[in-house]
Design a protein around this ligand. Structure first.
Ligand code: BGC
Length: 938
């Protein structure tokens, strides 16, 4: 068994780690999926050079043999210095059957005296650990706003410095950041593939820096370092605010510190300071995240004569802004999309269809005349005439009309999503605007004739999280739904989880994020991403302790302060993270903030009902009352806001209790258990009547009470009946909002009514997932009726076609069709609960999830009462498998009775399933109806 996929702080070979004890982790692979393979012990070596490590010398840390099945360990060696590069490897001893409890033939018995092989080496580099390590100063180009250069029309700031190296560099490491978004070049070559660095944080408190090994970029003699910084989230217009510069400065800033060590042992440090030059006289005339980029290629060329380079200004007063290493996967172009068609709209405009709603920008190749102006406008949909449908971008909702080249939009809202390229006219040119971002499927091209499909490409931009989930089943619509969910996730991961990527909003709304969090963890490796985002959430915590509605939150006032369900994302997300990644440290870091949040609600609501300080109590956003269809009765779908809020208060207290339990904080655990019980009692007393009716009598209300375990057993049963009654009254359709739709699927399933959940999945009128997919959605719509055959587009003031909240159903699909469930008692998939529940006419499903221990897979097929289920469990992972099995049906594994099957332990019947315990390996179960056919009886 060899450890593979070594990670430091959830990342592979990261550059720039600034925690003292980075978490090291690995997965295990076996040549054959051996049954019952486990890890009994591990040893980690960490060295300060590759050579030392190769000689098995852990001069920084030799953990020695540690008897543990853990596949992660915080570094415990010699204190690490800033910039230190660490090389590491790990080996593991297999578990003996006695320890693993495995039995039977073919089980890996383990060898205690063996000398296991080491993994391949991995590495990480420390960042700059102390504020005192920074010699660099923040610099800016000291331009002023003028009538020609008003707010919102500010060109890129450029910075440069030449420096001489007497000798060839032995090692060169660059630390760089910006207040704005930046790219840096060394000797004319762009460093790194990241886009929109340093990403969005609360720049008043914290900004991320990026670390690059740039040894290969430098040479003896004169070298140049140059950077381009555009306004980004820092200085530009963001969110739905009309004003620029939420963080106080319209001038972007840059910071860099380059450490070059040479053969002779010396070191040179080149840092941003007064010696740098700056200019706003470059080809990027403007770049805003919402509005687009304007590039005048005639002004290109790094040494173009006549560029007005001037001395930069060193910016004072930014000392309180903490510099932290970026420890999440950078945003970058993750894939490219070729157009599926290029056609002419009635207006004469050329419309490029990328065939997929995506987030990023388009890259255009062309040959133009000097000064020729090309415009690229982006939108998610076409209108009924076949023209670009830009209304949901909300430009027209604000006063004034946008003029050419971004005209007077500076003080308007909306997201123009328009790029302009002014050709240099010197042969073939490529326009790729990398300092902006658009949500689009369609591009309207004007001024460039009709490009051919190979001339224009959709560049898909996302945080580069690794894919972790795959699903395919016999129903092509469900497969397309799952693809759409994945694309929606991809587009909305931009250093933070966005609500939507296109209109003037694009905020890290916690209400959407918590609803989708678990689905996102099935789809991708989200550990580092959410660790970063949760810090943003803590940074946005209000002085009274309340988590915000969205993070980062540049607003200085109390708008968006702590609404129920939204602010509670500050507990739901870290708990989901813990379930999937088992990272106790993350919980420990977050716990004090989570506690302040719950205390802030408790203090304001001594009667345990969350009725005061509910902020913008959005309730169950987009519930059925927001649907506009002739056949759809509105009214009665909205869960009363007090009921809604109190369910989340209870849930947050319960999560806090669980976190305290994990962290061994007995007093806190006691306190929040008591608080939770008090809330539950108050909820039942105030909102649940003798018939189990919950105030408001809404589907969503029953779902929340069930999902957050607020009811007695008899009340649970009543709640399920009420929910079924309300579903019946709507003809089997849900009228739940974003907070309760997926939770309803989960609760119907938990209540033994998976048949009803499948019926909902199979619904095909509005509101349903099938309706969107059948009507061309390639990402999840914000509203069930974002577009309908009868009414066309919904209200453009809130109508996104790339909103993941309703895509949370992917969680239900992974759990119920795929049957892969984390176990809260063994987080990080140390133990997995496999429980596929075939239904809904689906005859086969193939599901894989790459968890931190390796790949868990299920593959099932049903035919005439026979179910074949193949289950794959990675090494060092235990599983409980529930095989649906009614009546007298028999179950075998690889043709053997269960009590003879190697690696299968302790099988028993439980309700309508046979339940078995397994260790790692691949197992082929077969369930066959008894000869008398009673299996089908019910
Ligand atoms: C966002 C939502 C968000 C909501 C708060 C909307 O504008 O797009 O997804 O949760 O505001 O109600």
């Amino acid at each position: 068994m060899i450890p593979v996929e070594l990670r430091c702080h959830h990342l592979r070979d990261p550059e720039g780690i600034d925690v003292a004890a980075p978490r090291l982790s690995w997965t295990l692979t076996a040549d054959e999926p051996v049954r019952g393979a486990g890890q009994r012990a591990f040893q980690i070596l960490v060295a300060d050079s590759r050579e030392r490590l190769a000689a098995d010398e852990g001069n920084l840390w030799d953990s020695g043999r540690v008897d543990s099945d853990a596949q992660s360990q915080a570094y415990q060696g010699a204190p690490l210095r800033s910039r230190q590069q660490c090389w590491w490897k790990v080996r593991v001893w297999p578990a003996s059957p006695a320890l693993r409890g495995a039995e039977g033939n073919g089980v890996d018995r383990g060898q205690d005296d063996c000398r296991p092989a080491w993994s391949a080496p991995a590495c990480w580099r420390m960042g700059l650990l102390d504020a005192a390590d920074w010699q660099a100063s923040w610099i800016e180009v000291p331009f002023e706003l003028t009538p020609e250069m008003p707010p919102g029309q500010i060109p890129a700031s450029r910075f440069r410095r030449a420096f001489e190296l007497a000798q060839a560099p032995q090692r060169a490491v660059l630390f760089a950041s910006a207040l704005g978004v930046y790219e840096v070049c060394l000797n004319g070559t762009r460093v790194g593939a990241q886009a929109l660095a340093p990403e969005w944080t609360d720049y008043r408190r914290r900004v991320q820096y990026q670390t690059f090994d740039v040894t290969a970029f430098l040479h003896p003699g004169v070298n140049t370092i140059a950077a381009t910084v555009c306004e980004g989230w820092y200085a530009g217009r963001i969110g739905f605010w009309k004003e620029q510069s939420q963080y106080g400065s319209f001038r972007p800033r840059f910071l860099a510190q380059l450490h070059v060590s040479v053969q002779s042992g010396g070191e040179e440090v080149i840092s941003t300071d007064r010696r740098w030059q700056g200019s706003v006289d470059g080809p990027i005339r403007f770049a805003g995240l919402l509005d687009g980029q304007i590039t005048d290629a005639r002004m290109g060329g790094s040494d173009r004569d006549g560029v007005a380079w001037e001395a930069v200004r060193v910016v004072a007063g930014l000392e309180q802004v903490e510099l932290v290493a970026q420890m999440n996967e950078p945003i970058a172009v993750v894939t490219e999309q070729a157009p599926i068609s290029i056609s002419r709209a009635p207006s004469g405009a050329t419309i490029v269809d990328m065939g997929q709603n995506l987030v990023g920008w388009s890259r255009l190749r062309l040959r133009g005349k000097p000064g020729q102006i090309v415009n690229l406008r982006h939108a998610e949909m076409l209108d009924e005439r076949g023209e670009l449908y830009t209304a949901p971008l909300r430009c027209a909702l604000y006063k004034g009309s946008p003029g050419p080249h971004h005209g007077t939009y500076g003080m308007m809202g909306g997201a123009r999503q328009m790029d302009t390229f002014i050709c240099a006219g010197r042969g073939a040119e490529v326009f790729e605007p990398r300092f902006t971002q658009h949500g689009f499927r369609y591009v309207e091209v004007t001024g460039a004739g009709a490009p051919s499909p190979s001339d224009i490409t959709g560049c898909v931009v996302s945080s580069t999280v690794e894919r972790a989930g795959w699903f395919e089943c016999s129903d092509p619509t469900i497969n397309r739904l799952m693809d759409a969910v994945r694309w929606t996730q991809l587009g909305n991961l931009q250093g933070i989880p966005l609500d939507c990527p296109q209109r003037d909003e694009r905020l890290g709304w916690l209400g959407d994020a918590q609803v989708f969090c678990q689905a996102s963890c099935y789809n991708a490796g989200m550990a580092a991403f959410y660790a970063k985002y949760l810090r943003d959430v803590r940074d946005a915590q209000w002085p009274n302790g309340r988590f915000p509605d969205f993070a980062p939150n540049p607003l200085g006032d109390k708008r968006a302060m702590g609404a129920p369900a939204w602010s509670d994302g500050g507990l739901i997300i870290p708990w989901t993270h813990y379930l999937h990644y088992g990272d106790r440290q993350l919980l420990a870091d977050h716990f004090p903030a989570a506690k302040r949040h719950v205390e802030s609600i408790a203090t304001a609501n001594p009667d345990f009902l969350w009725t005061r300080e509910t902020g913008n109590n959005y309730g169950d956003h987009l519930n059925g009352d927001r649907i506009v269809q002739e056949y759809w009765r509105t009214g009665g779908s909205a869960t009363p806001v007090d009921v809604f809020a109190t369910t989340y208060f209870a849930h947050s207290a319960a999560l806090l209790e669980r976190m305290a339990g994990v962290l061994g904080l007995a007093d806190d655990r006691q306190r929040y258990e008591t608080l939770h019980q008090s809330i539950v009692r108050a909820f039942r007393a105030s909102f649940v009547d003798a018939d189990g009716r919950i105030q408001g009598d809404t589907q969503g209300g029953y779902v929340l009470a069930l999902h957050f375990d607020l009811l007695t057993q008899p009340q649970r049963e009543q709640a399920v009946q009420h929910l079924l009654r309300l579903l019946d009254a709507r003809g089997g359709y849900p009228d739940t909002g974003i907070q309760t739709t997926n939770r309803m699927m989960l609760e119907l399933t938990r209540a033994g009514r998976v048949d009803v959940a499948y019926r909902i999945l199979n619904n095909d009128r509005i509101p349903s997932w099938r309706y969107m997919i059948d009507h061309g959605a390639t990402t999840i719509w914000e509203r069930w009726d974002s577009w309908s055959e009868t009414n066309g587009f919904q209200d453009p003031s809130m109508n996104s076609f790339n909103h993941y909240a309703m895509g949370a159903v992917a969680e239900w699909i992974y759990r119920t069709i795929g049957g892969i469930n984390p176990d809260p008692d063994a987080p990080g998939f140390a133990h997995v609960i496999i429980r596929p529940q075939p239904g809904g006419g689906i005859t086969w499903a193939n599901t894989r999830h790459r968890c931190i221990r390796g790949t868990i897979a299920t593959d099932w097929r049903t035919e005439a009462g026979v179910l074949n289920l193949e289950v794959t469990i990675p090494p060092n992972t235990a599983a409980t498998v529930h095989i649906p099995c009614r009546g007298e049906a028999t179950v075998t594994e690889s043709g053997l009775p269960l009590d003879k099957a190697p690696g299968v332990r302790g099988w028993r019947r439980k309700g309508e399933a046979v339940v078995v315990q397994l260790g790692s390996g691949r197992y082929r179960f077969n369930r066959r109806a008894a000869p008398d056919g009673c299996e089908g009886r019910r």
